[in-house]
Design a protein around this ligand. Structure first.
Ligand code: ADP
Ligand code: MG
Length: 240
């Protein structure tokens, strides 16, 4: 579903990504971990075209995202993203937030977008908040709206960039539970997170990045329990 071939990304003199390659099969759940500044956000932002690699190639469901004239519209349809800070539209209700892009961008009939949107909001436990504005919701609720909004685009891939990092501790669980539930389905998920419990629970493959490179990858058991890699152990000693 996603093929990343030797990508590099420079921001001025900062080399954010160094020869990163990664293959992600259809339906796989890949969790990316690593210290702050290691290139995790840059990597997933390259997958949905928010960043363009300086060199290398990314192919998403057969579409070369890194091509000069890539079909960004199609990439937009295929890949949804959930951000750390929710990025909801403050002046739209919960239901409007979830239905706006499907109606305007995907040209889904309003009735259908509303019907599906309500189902996804029910799935994330927010059926009673359809007409509420984001400011009236807790952070955990806002992030669950953002997840319902991503689902209502019916994407092939959902990217999560530290979806629980902006939340108060007591709200991390409700969002992690929604993501873990989603991980039981057949969508392709790429999740950047510092929640090691979530990583262990959902990852088919766990990828550890440090200083712009993929340093280790494997099953959660391989990385958590078996890897002697000192950089990985140093990272775990800080987050576990
Ligand atoms: P992570 O998500 O792992 O914390 P990032 O991908 O955000 O790491 O950042 C990787 C490196 O690239 C860091 O050194 C960061 O400062 C730098 N960087 C990221 N985005 C930009 C940008 N838009 N302009 C300049 N430097 C950036
Ligand atoms: Mg980041």
């Amino acid at each position: 579903m996603i093929s990343i071939e030797k990508i590099n990304k420079n921001f001025g003199t900062v080399q954010a990504l160094k020869d990163v390659s990664l293959e992600i099969g259809n339906g796989k759940k890949v969790v990316i971990i690593g210290p702050s500044g290691s290139g995790k956000s840059t990597l997933i932002r390259c997958i949905n075209g928010l960043e363009k690699p300086t060199s290398g190639k990314i192919i998403v469901d057969g579409l070369e995202a890194t091509a000069p004239k890539a079909d960004m519209r199609r990439l937009c349809h295929d890949v949804a993203m959930v951000f750390q800070n929710f990025n909801l539209y403050p002046h739209k209700t919960v239901l409007e937030n979830v239905t706006l892009a499907p109606i305007k961008v995907l040209k889904i009939p309003r009735d259908k977008a509303v019907e599906n949107g309500k189902l996804y909001l029910e799935r994330v436990g927010l059926s009673d908040k359809l007409d509420t504005f984001p400011a009236k919701l807790s952070g955990g609720q806002q992030q669950r709206v953002a997840i319902a909004r991503a689902l209502n685009m019916n994407p092939k891939i959902i990217l999560f960039d530290e979806p629980t990092s902006a939340l108060d501790p007591e709200m991390i669980g409700e969002v992690a539970d929604v993501i873990a539930d989603l991980a039981k389905g057949n969508k392709t998920l790429v999740i950047v997170t510092h929640e090691m419990g979530l990583a262990r629970e959902v990852a088919d493959e766990l990828v550890f990045m440090d200083e712009g490179s993929i340093v280790e990858r494997g099953t959660p058991a391989q990385l958590f329990d078996q890897s002697p890699n000192p950089r990985l152990r140093a990272f775990f000693s800080k987050v576990l």
